[in-house]
Design a protein. Structure first.
Length: 221
């Protein structure tokens, strides 16, 4: 297909395939480095039940990626329709950023698929990081919310918007979790009130600009 390229290599046991897809972003040097690293780390990528696996320390000149990532069959669907037997033994390999991946126990199959397709966009080898972010919120003014026990995965822009919308909405809250599993809660009472992992057992009042800066930092660091 025009603009869509892929390359693959056999795993060390020659029973599995590591595949890199690239849409309008193919970089032969980067792709080769990914496949070499994947093969060298075959046992780590193929063992266990993690839906999304990362190998820290991946580097390539001119790029800011810092992990090698892999999605197992069922998360990716590269060959699901046309070659189902190949699908069963193919791991999708792509470059990523540490902040994009939570611990393995933080993903259901649906979460992993959504992250892979909607947020990680692994075929875009020129992408910027999209941090892992799970949000629960309820707004008494806008009536918007996602306050189920598991929350929803969103992009940072959604979090920033909902924090802004707390202004003048007493009884509302936004709770967000980053890739480290740290959970922060923001409520409205004249000002924005932040509590959570970095605040110990207390809470502090913040201006909106300071709150947004804190939220952005917490998603990347």
């Amino acid at each position: 297909m025009p603009g869509l390229d892929f390359a693959a290599v056999l795993s060390e046991d020659r029973r599995h395939v590591f595949q890199v897809n690239a849409r309008d972003s193919y970089d032969e040097g980067l792709v080769r480095a990914l496949l070499v690293a994947a093969r060298e780390n075959s046992s780590r990528l193929l063992s266990g039940d993690a839906l999304l696996t990362t190998i820290p320390g991946f580097r390539h000149p001119g790029r800011d990626f810092d992990v090698l990532a892999a999605a197992r069959p069922g998360v990716h669907r590269y060959h699901e329709v046309q070659q189902p037997e190949l699908q069963k033994v193919t791991w999708a390999v792509f470059p990523g950023y540490e902040c994009e991946f939570a611990g393995p126990d933080h993903y259901s199959v649906e979460d992993a698929r959504e992250s892979f397709i909607r947020f990680l966009t692994p075929a875009n080898l020129d992408r910027a990081p999209v941090p892992f972010l799970r949000v629960r919120y309820d707004n008494t003014v806008t009536k918007g919310g996602a306050d189920g026990p598991d929350g929803v995965l969103v992009k940072p822009e959604t979090l920033y918007r909902e924090l802004e919308l707390l202004d003048g909405a007493p009884g509302s809250f936004v709770e967000f979790e980053n890739f480290r599993g740290q959970v922060f809660r923001v409520e409205w009472d004249v000002d924005w009130i932040l509590s959570g992992a970095a605040e110990g057992n207390g809470a502090r009042r913040l201006r909106l600009d300071d709150l947004l800066a804190f939220a952005a930092k917490s998603l990347h660091a």
